[in-house]
Design a protein around this ligand. Structure first.
Ligand SMILES: Nc1ncnc2c1ncn2[C@@H]1O[C@H](COP(=O)(O)OP(=O)(O)O)[C@@H](O)[C@H]1O
Ligand SMILES: [Mg+2]
Length: 221
């Protein structure tokens, strides 16, 4: 059985695909065979990104495919160690389906209240549908230079009762990486990559914690 991670949001442009690609690269580096399910059929951003990645012979190689339904993604499960759902914003039913199918759910968000409020609302809705709090983690996207802003956003998430795993800085080099089929943790700058790898490490620790206790952990922060 593959590990299944869903990356979802209500809003678009909050860093779902950025995080999915970085996770895929980090897990593939660690020997996982990775499939990204690109659920954004209109934009297919990650599918097109992987074509550029292949053209540029970037390593590790990844498998990315667009899917119309979660059910079709799950048919792929036996062939991979990790399945990543790259969700699409404004898709309430599919977001719930992805969350129900996933072992772990990541909610990326910008640091402003405009982004934080809808993501916390989504987390609450998923909990109402029976998803345990321990399976949810927030990640801050496009964080600027202000540590005050970052701390305030982290506090907002924690006050709402959720775990915040870390952040991805806003960097021109990350946009350039995306344009070249690379992920946010494959920039030329070790300091940029390190922060993202720390975020991924925290998420991995969290996932291990759940797996080792068969989903029964009560500690969430
Ligand atoms: N940390 C970052 N630094 C620079 N550009 C970023 C960063 N995160 C995301 N972007 C860019 O912002 C846009 C939206 O991000 P994306 O991950 O595609 O969001 P989503 O998948 O939630 O719609 C993309 O063009 C992406 O390249
Ligand atoms: Mg996307």
């Amino acid at each position: 059985m593959a590990l299944k991670i869903g990356v979802v949001s209500q809003k678009g442009g909050v860093g779902k695909s950025t995080l999915v690609r970085a996770l895929a690269v980090e897990y593939a580096r660690n020997g996982f065979s990775v499939k990204i399910a690109d659920m954004d059929l209109r934009q297919k951003t990650t599918t097109e990104w992987n074509c550029i990645r292949m053209e540029n012979n970037a390593s590790p190689t990844l498998a990315v495919e667009p899917f119309a339904s979660v059910k079709d993604v799950l048919k792929q499960e036996p062939h991979y160690d990790l399945v990543l759902f790259d969700g699409v914003g404004q898709a309430d039913m599919q977001t719930l389906e992805i969350a129900l199918a996933s072992d772990f759910i990541i909610l990326p968000t910008g640091v402003t209240r405009d982004d934080l409020i809808p993501q916390v609302k989504l987390a609450h809705e998923l909990r109402k549908k029976g998803i345990e709090k321990s399976r949810l983690a927030f990640a801050l996207s496009r964080v600027g230079g202000s540590t005050v802003e970052q701390e305030a956003a982290t506090e907002f998430i924690q006050d709402a009762g959720y775990y915040c795993a870390g952040s991805v800085q806003e960097r021109t080099s990350i946009g350039q990486c995306h344009d070249n089929g690379l992920a946010a943790n494959e920039t030329k700058y070790p300091s940029v990559n390190l922060i993202i790898d720390q975020l991924i490490q925290n998420l991995g620790d969290r996932i291990n914690l759940i797996e080792n206790s068969n989903g029964k952990i009560t500690q969430t922060q």
